[in-house]
Design a protein. Structure first.
Length: 227
């Protein structure tokens, strides 16, 4: 487990904003990934919410080797296995499913599961996870909510996603128990549809600069041995 945690943090090292992508048109996958990498964001998450998601993961993995592609919205064993076969380097799930957790035990691919309530956080710790997705971040409550979890759960760190904007990401990243954020604002559907890759690269570059807010946060996390 510790080895998988180190692998996950290695993928996220130096990048505190993860683009969360919804790819409808497979023809957009490769140029989109190249635009994000050009802007300074190599680690990306492709959600399994479209028929072309798995094909997009495979295509980017093969054609844009510098990109680190993760699969999101993993809800069951089938999703996990399909993402692994497509070449995903890490897995993201919105919740804490025993089925998905069991898949992770038998896989070399690291998992970032989701949890939100105190009970779910305790379950996550019991299962050996202290790095968690917090979803849906903006709809779930205020920044004060996740900040209030820092005291009783000092060993847990979050990647909030869901409704986060460029503006609000700054506030989330300033929280001590947030190690990165995920967002779709970096690659809006309108820009993807119009193939405005330069604008997406510019948004990615701006997002990459937010890493300075956390500075050595990820390096500090690597020194912690929570599991």
């Amino acid at each position: 487990m510790c080895q998988k945690r180190e692998k996950l943090l290695l993928y996220l090292q130096g990048q505190t904003v993860i683009p969360v992508l919804l790819i409808d048109n497979i023809q957009s996958a490769i140029p989109l990934a190249r635009a994000l990498v050009k802007g300074g964001l190599k680690t990306i998450e492709i959600t399994l919410r479209t028929p072309n998601a798995l094909q997009a993961i495979k295509a980017i993995t093969q054609e844009v080797p510098e990109a680190i592609v993760g699969a999101g919205t993993i809800l069951n064993t089938t999703h996990y296995e399909q993402a692994e076969q497509a070449g995903a380097k890490f897995i993201v799930s919105p919740g804490l499913s025993n089925e998905v957790i069991n898949c992770a035990k038998n896989s070399e691919i690291p998992l970032l599961p989701g949890a939100m309530t105190p009970s779910e956080l305790m379950q996550a710790l019991d299962k050996g996870y202290s790095y968690l997705k917090f979803f849906p971040a903006e709809a779930a409550g205020s920044l004060a909510f996740i900040q209030s979890l820092a005291s009783p759960f000092s060993e847990i760190f979050f990647c909030p996603t869901g409704g986060i904007t460029q503006k609000s990401s700054i506030q989330w990243l300033q929280l001590p128990n947030v190690f990165c954020v995920g967002g779709s604002w970096i690659a809006p559907q309108q820009l993807i549809a119009t193939k405005d890759w330069d604008s997406i690269s510019a948004l990615a570059h701006t997002a990459s600069q937010l890493s300075s807010l956390k500075k050595s946060a990820l390096d500090n996390l690597k020194l912690r041995k929570h599991y």
